[in-house]
Every structure is written in structure tokens, then in C-alpha cells.
Design a protein around this ligand. Structure first.
Ligand SMILES: *[C@@H]1O[C@H](CO)[C@@H](O)[C@H](O)[C@H]1NC(C)=O
Ligand SMILES: *[C@@H]1O[C@H](CO)[C@@H](O)[C@H](O)[C@H]1NC(C)=O
Ligand SMILES: *[C@@H]1O[C@H](CO)[C@@H](O)[C@H](O)[C@H]1NC(C)=O
Ligand SMILES: *[C@@H]1O[C@H](CO)[C@@H](O)[C@H](O)[C@H]1NC(C)=O
Length: 431
């Protein structure tokens, strides 16, 4: 049994190696940080919304909060600008993008310097087409001129560390050619810049070429924009479940599927649904990019976002996209193999998700071997409750049941299973 599991793991690792992923050495674990879009969208009205408009002040405030309130310490280190940061036209002479003069009076370079001085990294936003989704200049002129090289050099000179390239106002069939061009331009700029593509999100249901996408992008959005609602989160969960067999193949260090931002701390999710979003994004090894207002977020939401044990699941070095192993009548179980691997047996993270919207909390119970195929019988598995300070709540063999009571309406329980061998305990006793 052991050997079988080891072989499966090895085959999986070899298979990933055969998929040639973007070789820039960046984001070997899923990126973590903050991004303005879901919470602040394209608010450019700084007269009426001085604290909420897309401006250098917003990003500086967020950088300050990341550092002062402990987010940076647990791993959140990217501050990502999204749409609506530029003037409506390029510089007529240099053809460069220009930051909006009123809202970014000191320009992007100064903002990058500020963010770097805090030990953080700066991300920026562009579009592969003629315009961004908000109608600002894209990487292609109306006349077909290609500005990839100019933009990549500009970002590099400013000290930008990450680029999200959206896909509005572009021929979706031609993204296969256009997205790699920016990838090459970023590489030629000589600066290490993470490349986040929206490419497959514009090809939903059209069988995106994930092998090629992983060759050119560090991470990629593949489904609709997240909105501030549980309905939006469940649509993403359903998408990941439906396509998991395809998505899992091209997902790993430096090449991540991106289910979009964490909306924890906004208005749309209950506390328990917020725990559910964090749990699933961790199970998927997904980018953890918060979009919320860190200046006014509630303490219980902050606690979810800074849960170190769950972040450790997300940041596990194998970077496996966990998958749904059970779904019936509103009850789902998600499983992710992770490290440490003890004598060929993985550690696992497991999420029980209760989507039932009627009645009292449910007792959910599954035999471990029914959730994890080929789970060896020899070790016992310590069960730690990741939403209760990793408290040890059980010690199970593979033919025993993991039984947890789970609240309704989008609540989760999340545990970690670590294999414990009898012989190890004896060795430890002798030491
Ligand atoms: C497709 O993209 C390539 C690379 O940007 C470009 O040269 C070509 O003109 C585009 N073709 C169409 C039909 O848009
Ligand atoms: C450019 O690509 C090469 C390999 O294709 C890689 O070794 C190098 O680190 C990349 N450089 C940058 C700046 O991304
Ligand atoms: C144990 O889990 C199995 C499903 O794997 C279930 O059919 C069975 O009812 C559970 N046993 C108990 C005592 O809950
Ligand atoms: C379930 O709901 C109860 C009652 O609201 C709450 O006290 C408890 O913390 C919840 N349990 C979990 C695991 O979220």
C-alpha cells in the first residue's frame, strides 16, 4: 500500500516536471497579498470618496496596514494595483502609460519605492487588448500597434514586481499568441516580474490550453470575477469541482490556478462563509489576494485571514490543488495531500463543507479510506482542528470515521491528518 502511494506521488511529480512551466523562479508557493478590485473597483471620485478612490493614498494606507497589523508577518506581501490607475491616453511622445496625475501625483515609481521601503512588493494591472475593462489604454493600440515591450520596460523601470494582464477588448481566440508576447517582453525587461494572466477566464467552456498557459504565466484566472456574495463564492467552488481533473495537472510551484480574490471582511459573507472561503482557497493552493478594507476590518475576519495553520496548508511546498472527493445533498468533502511525507505517507488537509440551507448543524461522518484512496492501514492519523488552534481532536486508523459536526449555510470544519507510525513512537521513546 505504502509503495503504491509512493509510486502515485512520484508519477504525479514527474508528470508535473514534464509540463514545462514559466521559468522565472517566482511564486514557488502561492502569492499572498492584497488587490484593490473587488472592494474598490473603479472608484475614481476622490472628491466624494477621498479614502476609497483608486489613488496612491489607498495603496500606501494598505501597505501600512499590512505591516502594522501583522498581515505581512504571516505572508501577505504583494500590494496590487488593479484597473483605472492610468490617464485615458498614453504619453503622445514616449507612448508610455502614464499614471493619473491627480490620483497618483508622485507616479508609480515613488509608490513602488514606498511599498519596497516597507518590505513589500508592488503589483500593477494592464490589459492584453486595446482597452482595459474600465476603458483605459490597453497593450494594443486601436491601429494594432503592440506596446508589450514598452510597457514591460516601463514597469521594470518603475520597480514593479507583478503584473496582472486582463483580457477585455481582445480577440479571445488570439490570446494564445498575445499573452505569450507579454511574457517574453517581461522576461526581456530583465526584471523579475510575476505574470498573472486572465487568459482562460476569457475562454470559459472553450477548453483553454492550460499546458500553454502554464508555460507563459505564473498564475491565471479561469472563471468569472468574484463578487461580494456567497453565491459568487459557490459558483467558483462549483467551477473548480467541475474542472478539477484538468486544473490539477498544470498547477504547482510557479504556476497556479487563480480562483480570484478573498472577499473576507467585506459585506457579503457571514463569518462562517468567510471561514469556508479561506479553507477552500487553502485546499486549492490558490493565490491569497485579499480585497477588503484593512483600515476598518473586523477582528474576527482578521483572525481568519491570519490563521497560520491554514496559511501553512495553502503554502505547502508541494503546491497540490486539492480536489472534491464527495458531494451529495449539499455536503462536500475536499482533500489535499501535502507535506510532511512520512515513510511515503502524505499529510492531508480535509474540509467538510455544509451547504445545506435548512435545519440544525449536521454530523458528517466518513471513513478515512473512503475519502483518500489507497490510504495505508499501518500508521494512525492524528487529527488537528485547524479552526481551533490546531487542537488534537482524534487519532484514527484508515478504517475509522472522521466525524465532525458542521453548521449549515456554508460552514466548514477543516482538519489536518498527520501519519504517526508505531515504530516512530518507540524510537522516540528510546531517544
Ligand atoms: C494575433 O496576435 C498576434 C500577436 O499579437 C498579432 O500579430 C496578430 O495580428 C493577431 N491577429 C489577429 C487576427 O488579431
Ligand atoms: C528569462 O527566462 C529565462 C529562461 O527562459 C530565465 O532563466 C530567466 O530567469 C528569465 N528572466 C527573467 C527576468 O524573468
Ligand atoms: C462511517 O462513514 C461511512 C461513509 O464512509 C458511513 O456510511 C457510515 O454511516 C459512517 N459510520 C458512522 C458510525 O457514522
Ligand atoms: C457553529 O455554530 C455555533 C452557534 O452559532 C457556534 O458557536 C460555533 O462556533 C459554530 N461552529 C463552527 C465550527 O463554526
Amino acid at each position: 500500500m505504502h509503495i503504491l502511494l509512493q509510486i502515485v506521488t512520484i508519477i504525479w511529480l514527474i508528470d508535473l516536471k514534464l509540463v514545462k512551466t514559466l521559468d522565472n523562479g517566482l511564486v514557488r508557493t502561492p502569492p499572498m497579498g492584497w488587490m484593490s478590485w473587488e472592494r474598490f473597483a473603479c472608484n475614481i471620485d476622490c472628491d466624494n470618496y477621498p479614502n476609497e478612490c483608486i489613488s496612491e493614498q489607498l495603496y500606501k494606507d494598505i501597505a501600512d496596514r499590512l505591516v502594522a497589523d501583522g498581515y505581512k508577518e504571516v505572508g501577505y506581501n504583494y500590494v496590487n494595483i488593479d484597473d483605472c490607475w492610468t490617464e485615458m491616453t498614453r504619453d503622445p511622445v514616449t507612448k508610455r502609460l502614464v499614471a493619473n496625475h491627480k490620483r497618483f501625483p508622485n507616479g508609480i515609481k515613488a509608490l513602488a519605492d514606498y511599498v519596497h521601503s516597507k518590505g513589500l512588493l508592488l503589483g500593477i494591472y494592464g490589459d492584453v487588448g486595446t482597452k482595459t475593462c474600465g476603458g483605459y489604454p490597453g497593450a494594443r493600440g486601436e491601429d494594432g500597434t503592440d506596446y508589450d515591450t514598452i510597457d514591460a520596460q516601463t514597469y521594470a523601470e518603475w520597480g514593479v514586481d507583478s503584473l496582472k494582464l486582463d483580457g477585455c477588448y481582445a480577440d479571445t481566440k488570439n490570446m494564445t499568441n498575445m499573452y505569450p508576447e507579454m511574457s517574453r517582453a517581461l522576461n526581456s525587461s530583465g526584471r523579475a516580474i510575476v505574470y498573472a494572466c486572465s487568459w482562460p477566464a476569457y475562454q470559459i467552456g472553450q477548453n483553454p490550453d492550460y499546458r500553454r498557459i502554464a508555460q507563459y504565466c505564473n498564475y491565471w484566472r479561469n472563471f468569472d470575477d468574484i463578487m461580494d456574495s456567497w453565491t459568487s463564492v459557490t459558483s467558483i467552488i462549483d467551477f473548480y469541482a467541475k474542472y478539477q481533473d484538468v486544473l490539477v495537472k498544470y498547477h504547482g510551484p510557479g504556476a497556479w490556478n487563480d480562483p480570484d480574490m478573498l472577499i473576507i471582511g467585506n459585506f457579503g459573507l457571514s463569518l462562517e462563509q468567510s471561514r469556508a472561503q479561506m479553507a477552500l482557497w487553502a485546499i486549492w493552493s490558490a493565490p491569497l489576494l485579499m480585497s477588503n478594507d484593512l483600515r476598518s476590518i473586523g477582528g474576527q475576519y482578521k483572525e481568519i485571514l491570519q490563521n497560520r495553520d491554514i496559511i501553512a496548508v495553502n503554502q505547502d511546498k508541494l503546491g497540490i490543488l486539492g480536489t472534491r472527493v464527495h458531494s451529495k445533498s449539499g455536503i462536500e468533502v475536499w482533500v489535499k495531500p501535502m507535506t510532511p511525507i512520512v515513510k511515503g505517507v502524505n499529510t492531508y488537509a480535509i474540509v467538510y463543507l455544509n451547504r445545506v440551507v435548512l435545519g440544525t448543524p449536521l454530523i458528517i461522518s466518513f471513513k478515512l479510506s473512503s475519502l483518500i484512496a489507497g490510504l495505508p492501514s499501518e500508521p494512525l492519523y492524528n487529527v488537528y482542528d485547524l479552526y481551533d488552534n490546531s487542537k488534537l481532536i482524534g487519532k484514527l486508523s484508515n478504517d475509522q470515521n472522521l466525524t465532525l459536526k458542521v453548521n449549515t449555510s456554508g460552514s466548514v470544519r477543516m482538519v489536518k491528518l498527520t501519519p504517526v507510525f508505531k515504530s516512530d513512537e518507540i524510537e522516540n521513546d528510546l531517544n
